[in-house]
Design a protein around this ligand. Sequence first.
Ligand code: ASP
Ligand code: MG
Length: 437
Amino acid sequence: MGTQPRGGRAPTGAIPSKRKRQMARIVQKYGGSSVATIDLIKEVAKRAIAAKNRGDEVVVVLSAMKGETDRLHKLAREIAPDPPARELDSLLSTGEQASVSLFAMACKAMGERVKSFLGFQAGISTDDSHLSARILDLNPARIRTELAKGRIAVVAGFQGVNRAGDITTLGRGGSDTTAVALAVALGADVCEIYSDVDGIYTTDPNVYDKARKLDMISYEEMLELSSLGAKVMEIRSVGTGMEHGLRIHVRHAHGTGSGTIISTEVSDMERTPVRGITHQTNEARITLIKVKDEPGVAARILGLVSQADIVVDMIIQNRSRAEGGEPGLTDLSFTVPLPDYSRAMELMNEAKKSLGDAEVLGDDNIAKVSIVGLGMRNHAGVAATMFQALASEGINIEMISTSEIKISCVIDKRKAELAVRAIHDAFGLDRPPEELA
Ligand code: ASP
Ligand code: MG
């Protein structure tokens, strides 16, 4: 992706208080709920204009109006269950096209100078994978020209163009990726992500009312939380932000709160072991009981699954139950995405004879509860605290996996929310980090 530095601009930063504030270049992205009606579009237009009136250069990226992308998907599927991807992309991209033109009209009606751009006009080139295209190159020459003329540039999110000149889309939630990629290419000071939530929380406030908004979170933590089901930001965009050290600011589109800043690790972040808790109920577990414990068995089992394009998440193999010098038997469990569960069960049932006549068990009543935090790296006893919290609620841990900054436990699905609350309490996440240190 092109990341041309801006010429001739001093970096923003510590400025003597009497001098005029340095101009910043800002990319603001508004999600579908923030542009759901004409009135809301007028509101966000005012917010963008206010930023410009403070002396900043403003680029706006918009999603389709709330529900529009789903509506278009549904229309297509009324014609065919599996519509041609090229045509579907062309159809889906109209959602964002409508948003940006309406936004530009709203700005103009307020006397503001503005120009709207579709993905290809903004120089967003992608590969050929319709419906999940990746940005290959970004050359926002026309956006720069508009900024230099003192205009707001508003760019359709979620879309680009491939080498053949066909419209592509970047996958669900892809407007975040457009915004972050554009901010990087323009050398923006910050990418502001506006939606109907006022920041990143320690856990989903709908699950626990003691969830606390975070002022800051690191890219690594946000990446983990996104991959574990936190829906505030699309995961690819967080990765792109991290790669380029772009400051991302998650804020409420119509509120005045301070939001959450996603940026590089700061030393303070090490002080609290856990930043956030998530739970997911979109996996199922398959267990093979008494498979032959010999080289190549795990490779064969998981090979069958991966050949079917099924992504395995957690894997556990028990210690061998070798008896009296005989080749041993063992148990192997793994989790797969819920939509792939029945296919994976079929595969295992077909294969079990060749695996030593193993027994195949399945369970789709599981949840994965995870804690994430950079501070885990240098706090002892984090896992023990999590396990104790679960134990005190009588919740049995069925599988465990850990990484440097994450611990996940598989538990009974019905206990998932209770588990989140218990763990949240155990780490005192309702209290500000200063109090915890
Ligand atoms: N409109 C697209 C979607 O609903 C892209 C986005 O909103 O980020 O997935
Ligand atoms: Mg979104």
